[in-house]
Design a protein around this ligand. Structure first.
Ligand code: PLP
Length: 427
């Protein structure tokens, strides 16, 4: 035994400080959560020592009898947690995280330079859905595949399915991706399915943000309409950091999904699975089938509604006017403020959230909004009244940011940051 505090007091102390930061602040980052002690125990176990390239029963290393049992259990629980029939759906639990899971799907189903369509990043999509600017192919997805995003209707803040349809008829993508990192509403899966079918495209849902809500059936079910569903495991699902890919067992558009996806994960893009993560994920997926988990996810959504309506009462403009899920997007531009300044002031008050672009934004570095999520603080037992108080705290922070902005000489973000660090300013 080699205790961390003795072996490496420096790392021990950084971990302790981070733990304190996590527990003393209001964690409102929509993609974060607090996983359980049981999950952490599995993640911090001897499972990390083992190599097990391949799949259960078909490994390239010896000594895998328990790892096989573990991965099979994890797969079964993944299907059960999302109420899937193992004859119709399969799952790969080895992706190291959400971005690798997505890239694995692309390489499984597409050839280099095939066309894809996902929600544009400045409108709430994820980098890995093919983000590029007019100057640069930012995400590897847009380097290796041709990307033409769809966007939100800026007037309503809702996915512009009409644009998705029109663009797909012209662009003829081979894959349409739904799912988002900053979208407060549910998706119209039947409509997306129809659009994909009209051009002979695969339909993929990246449910990373909402997978806990999907498992608890508090939002619509993507599995009824999609060919492949990816997710991270550490957001609303509340597991360890990792990823999963669910695929239809029957061939789709002539592709044997099971072997294409499994081969893309290994040997295509990964080596040995992270068995400690798979252990933690199995624990999380057992919990995801419990009545407590369902109640938790219902509370995440109710809390978000309470937060959204309090912010609206306080006069804030919310993208799409509210929320159906676990996050709200606040448009600060009507106040003459931006997300970067508000994020910084709230950070100084131990309220952690992130700046986020909102439809119509010109700059990604100084975006016009903030994203606020309810999963983490709901894990810490917050109910509606605490989220109403949280909205009031955020409001206070916004007032302070406004006052500070007025006191700053110069309009640059750096001037603002310098000012709030100076003795002239105190919270
Ligand atoms: N997909 C979506 C919708 C996400 O929001 C994220 C991360 O925030 C990812 C994929 C990528 O996950 P990871 O950061 O684990 O690669």
């Amino acid at each position: 035994d080699y205790d961390l505090s003795k072996a490496d007091p420096e790392v021990r102390s950084i971990i302790d400080m981070e733990k304190q930061r996590q527990f003393k602040s209001l964690e409102l980052i929509a993609s974060e959560n607090f996983t359980s002690k049981a999950v952490m125990e599995a993640v911090g176990s001897c499972l990390t020592n083992k190599y097990s390239e391949g799949l259960p029963g078909k490994r390239y290393y010896g000594g895998n009898e328990y790892i096989d049992e573990l991965e099979t259990l994890c797969q079964q629980r993944a299907l059960a947690a999302f109420q899937l029939d193992g004859k119709q759906w399969g799952v790969n639990v080895q992706p190291l995280s959400g971005s690798p899971a997505n890239f694995e799907v692309y390489t499984a189903l597409l050839s280099p330079h095939d066309r894809i369509m996902g929600l544009d990043l400045p409108h709430g999509g994820h980098l890995s859905h093919g983000f590029m600017t007019s100057k640069r192919r930012v995400s590897g997805t847009s380097v290796y595949f041709e990307s033409m995003p769809y966007r939100l209707d800026e007037a309503t803040g809702l996915v512009d399915y009409e644009m998705m349809e029109k663009t797909s008829i012209l662009f003829r993508p081979k894959l349409i991706i739904i799912g988002a990192s900053a979208y407060p509403r549910d998706f119209d899966y039947p409509r997306a399915r129809k659009i994909a079918d009209a051009v002979g495209a695969f339909l993929m849902m990246d449910m990373a943000h909402i997978s806990g809500l999907v498992a608890a059936s508090v939002v619509a079910n993507p599995f009824e309409y999609c060919d492949v569903v990816t997710t991270t495991t550490h957001k609303s699902l509340r597991g360890p950091r990792g990823g999963m890919i669910f695929f239809k067992r029957d061939p789709v558009l002539g592709v044997d999904m099971e072997s294409a996806i499994n081969n893309a994960v290994f040997p295509g893009l990964q080596g040995g699975p992270h068995n400690h993560t798979i252990g933690g994920l199995a624990v999380c997926l057992k919990h995801a089938q419990s009545p407590e988990f369902k109640a938790y996810q219902g509370q995440v959504v109710s809390n978000c509604r309470a937060l959204a309506s309090r912010l609206t009462e306080l006069g804030y403009k919310l993208v799409s006017g509210g929320s159906d899920n676990h996050l709200v997007l606040v448009d600060l531009r009507p106040l003459g403020l931006d997300g970067a300044r508000v994020e910084k002031i709230l950070d100084m008050a131990s309220i952690t959230l992130n700046k986020n672009s909102v439809p119509g934004d010109k700059s990604a570095l100084v975006p016009g909004g903030i994203r606020i999520g309810t999963p983490a603080m709901t894990t810490r037992q917050f109910i509606e009244k605490e989220f109403i108080a949280t909205a009031d705290f955020i409001h206070e922070g916004v007032q302070i940011a406004l006052e500070a902005k007025q006191s700053v000489q110069g309009s640059k973000l750096q001037d603002f940051m310098k000012f709030i660090k100076s003795p002239e300013f105190s919270l």
